[in-house]
Design a protein around this ligand. Sequence first.
Ligand code: ZN
Length: 364
Amino acid sequence: MKWSWKITRIAGIDIYIHATFLLLIYLIGISYWNQHGTVSAVISGVGFILALFCCVVLHEFGHSLTARRYGIQTRSITLLPIGGVASLEKMPDDPRQEINVAIAGPTVNFVIAILLYLYIDFQNVPMTAEELSVTGGSFLYRLMIVNVFIGVFNLLPAFPMDGGRVLRAALALRMDHAKATQKAASVGRLLAIGMGLLGIMYNPFLLFIAIFIWFGATIESSAEQLKSILSHASVRHAILREFHTLSPQDNLARAIELTLAGSQKDFPVGYQDKLDKVLYHSDLIKGLQEKGEYARISDLPLQDIFNADINEPLGKLLERMRGNTAQMIYVTEGEKIVGLLNLENIMEMIKIQEAIEKHHTSQG
Ligand SMILES: [Zn+2]
């Protein structure tokens, strides 16, 4: 994640802190200073937030270490003002394992709350009903209450909360994964609407959570749809079969002629059976300005071109392309070059598949 710094590494997992989290601590410090005007108030205010976020890290470790039991590693844990994010390599495919991974986080918070309760009880300090709130009571009381709150909040059956994943996995025991996600997302949206109404009537904070949940449902269901499309499609489904190539000996005038004659903007460069470079439209325009139309293609800065087999799954290809600026790929079937592919084609294909799937789901 951008704007994050690594603060430590625990159990082989890097812990990052996001810049906005530091901003949160700063704002809390300032607000305590303005309210109380003493250093000790600032320390106890900021200290509470830090203790709280330690619990959040432990929550994320609950997910990460459970996932590790199933052979899934965690890349990192990042602390944001809204909570922690553990970026797991992937979620388990087995719904039972997914339930265990999802439920491990809130469980950690409940265990912390119980331990704090036992400790406070052991100290024999009587608890009054007044103290049992987020704002009142001692440091440890508040920490206990907040852990219960985090545990319960995360079990709400809506994405992106853990409860949403538990619900999806429970549904996935009985139907296919994509359908289970759509169902779980609908439950999340319903919950968002209910919460939104309550929020309008009673508490604006609920309204804020409702919006958060609504978008969580939308993001999760479209990500799932994309995953299902990509897992079923291969390069063959997005390939552009009609295309032109340039030889390094051609001059720029030839490239202009081809550009104006059709819709192709970027051209692979090479000889018949071997393409190893690509001339991008922006480089062509720059070359024209600097060298004129009679310069040779080989005089321009050419980029490397990628190759993909016609049967390669699109999901795998996209993973291979990730972090690479090169956007054009030539497609081979055996030894033969059969077409081109770029991100635009892939996106177009996804859009079409989405429309087809929507049509199918609306038909029942
Ligand atoms: Zn969680």
